[in-house]
Design a protein around this ligand. Structure first.
Ligand code: SF4
Ligand code: SF4
Length: 375
């Protein structure tokens, strides 16, 4: 199987402010290009796109291609499970939404310490083992947003888990709050193949400072900036597939172009990346992956990832386009509540798998964009 997977979590929209309005026509074109170039792995989840992602995958993929021509993964929504009876109810809904008889991969979604306890209490893993025995979930596992010790404890608790989905990218590799390298090493030690999520960290590794782009282009003029991020993760031996949440046709075209005949990182590539990281580390960015899990519960209705994305771009653009970002912020806040409307309730921080200090981040956004004298 080729090492690039299509994540159905950042699909193109017909209304940019409503994640449920997926542009099916676009997604069909993207799916066709992906399949034509020999890629076969698709990733969805119950909660993506306000529960529309699985319906879209049925229409764009399942109803248009033979079942044995692709692999489909979806996830049990741990955040919204309320009791053991939800395991079966939701699994059956998912089969129906996706229009399939089985999943190739079925994962517990976004596991952390709290959800590990919930999974034990509700018998989620035992339920998944049963589905595996029935052939309705070929491989079972979990996607993980926690610290290495917890990962090891989970593998020891569920030793026959088939597969683990981890957040791996070049800035989180040594990042002490994510510890991607250590998590990867633990999965490898227990012979658990890894699926990589967030290889471009929600787009953060797409818009790099101009100096970093120059360094990359000097080494490989033919390769795009995101290719450095996807190839970094795909170069790890124990990685089965790298997921990219592609949002338009051009991204599918670009990603599949260099992953069709994938070339792993060379020594020179790692050296070049080291120089890029030196520049990257000078920019104080907020480690948000734009997953959007914090948004629904916010009583102030603040579009948190949108503001963090803008702030990060602003930080990394150094001297360029500063006033453009101020205009963007003004335009956004004509329609949506400002960052300074945060009441500090902390709901968002409890929902965030990246442990982002959202309240502090929003203060930085407000200082930067709402206070004319600050930069
Ligand atoms: S702390 Fe602020 S941003 Fe977070 S949920 Fe509460 S009001 Fe919204
Ligand atoms: S702040 Fe956290 S939950 Fe919210 S979009 Fe960013 S990473 Fe996701």
């Amino acid at each position: 199987m080729k090492k690039l997977g299509f994540g159905f979590m950042r699909l193109p929209l017909t209304d940019a402010n409503d994640a449920s309005t997926v542009d099916l026509e676009q997604v069909i074109k993207m799916t066709d290009l992906f399949m034509q170039r020999g890629f076969t792995y698709f990733d969805s989840a119950y909660v993506y796109h306000k529960k529309q992602s699985e319906h879209i995958i049925r229409k764009a993929l399942v109803e248009r291609y033979p079942r044995d021509s692709f692999q489909l993964c979806t996830k049990l929504p741990m955040a919204i499970l309320t009791g053991p009876e939800d395991n079966d109810r939701i699994f059956n809904e998912q089969l129906e939404y996706c229009g399939v008889d089985y999943f190739d991969v079925y994962l517990m979604h976004a596991m952390n310490a709290e959800r590990f306890e919930k999974a034990k209490k509700f018998g989620c893993y035992e339920y998944m083992q049963q589905k595996r025995a029935e052939g309705k979930a070929k491989k079972i596992g979990f996607s993980f947003h926690g610290q290495p010790d917890l990962l090891e404890e989970m593998i020891l608790t569920w030793p026959d888990v088939d597969i683990i989905q981890l957040q791996i990218n070049y800035i989180d590799w040594e990042n002490p709050s994510v510890q991607a390298k250590k998590c990867y090493e633990i999965a490898t030690k227990y012979n658990k193949p890894v699926i990589v999520m967030e290889p471009v960290k929600g787009g953060t590794l797409v818009n790099l400072p101009p100096e970093a782009v120059e360094i990359m282009k000097a080494e490989h003029p033919e390769l795009s900036v995101p290719s450095w991020a996807i190839r970094f993760s795909a170069s790890l031996e124990n990685v089965m597939v790298v997921l990219s949440g592609m949002s338009n046709y051009e991204q599918v075209d670009d990603n599949t172009s260099y992953m069709e005949n994938f070339q792993p990182y060379t020594e020179k590539d790692y050296e070049t990346l080291g120089k890029v990281l030196d520049i990257f580390n000078q920019a104080a960015v907020i480690p948000c992956t734009a997953c959007g899990y914090c948004v629904d519960g916010c009583p102030a209705g603040i579009p948190i990832p949108k503001y963090f994305g803008l702030y990060n771009n602003d930080q990394m653009a150094f001297t360029k386009n500063k006033s453009n970002n101020e205009t963007y912020y003004r335009n956004m806040t004509d329609l949506m509540p400002k960052a300074s409307r945060c009441i500090g309730c902390g709901k968002c921080e409890r929902a965030c798998p990246q442990n982002v200090k959202v309240i502090e981040g929003l203060k930085k956004v407000a200082d930067r964009f709402e206070n004319k004298n600050s930069r």
